[in-house]
Design a protein around this ligand. Structure first.
Ligand SMILES: [Ca+2]
Ligand SMILES: [Ca+2]
Ligand SMILES: [Ca+2]
Length: 155
């Protein structure tokens, strides 16, 4: 359960496995905006839109396009000087998701469905995340100045 939530949080936060994944342009904050995620521009985010984003990131990291992410591919995204850290995270991530133990994460090993986390963000349960819900979730996850708010416990 926790893993799913974590991965979805990663997708939503757009920070991928490590904050070192700054986008190509070297921005420090590459969280996708609501507008970016809302690919069909209907003003809300569907599960499909959230998942598409995750798959796009996956594809981008999958340098040799074999449908799996190795630690090397993940680390390759990190800028020089941050590789150590990225490697630790990559290994942890692989340990967590690599079900068939081939040392790489394939798309189907990832909890692709936004699932529970999505439902939690979708506070009015209409199956879509609207902007207010998105912002609320971001605030909760970012939590920088929110301090120690003990959101809700994932069981
Ligand atoms: Ca949409
Ligand atoms: Ca695997
Ligand atoms: Ca909603």
């Amino acid at each position: 359960m926790k893993n799913i939530a974590i991965f979805t949080a990663i997708l939503l936060a757009g920070t991928a496995v490590t904050p070192a994944f700054a986008d190509d342009r070297g921005g420090k904050n590459n969280r996708p905006s609501f507008e970016e995620l809302d690919t069909n521009k209907d003003g809300s985010l569907s599960k499909e839109e959230i998942e598409a984003r995750g798959m796009g990131r996956f594809a981008k990291m999958d340098a040799n396009s074999d449908g799996k992410l190795t630690a090397e591919e993940i680390v390759a995204q990190a800028p020089e000087g941050k590789k150590d850290r990225a490697e630790r995270r990559a290994n942890r991530m692989i340990k967590r998701f690599d079900k068939n133990e081939d040392g790489a994460i394939s798309m189907d090993e990832l909890p692709r469905r936004a699932g529970k986390m999505f439902d939690r963000i979708d506070t009015n349960s209409d199956g879509k995340i609207d902007k207010a819900e998105f912002e609320a979730a971001k605030a909760k996850m970012g939590g920088k100045r929110g301090g120690h708010r003990n959101a809700d416990k994932s069981e």
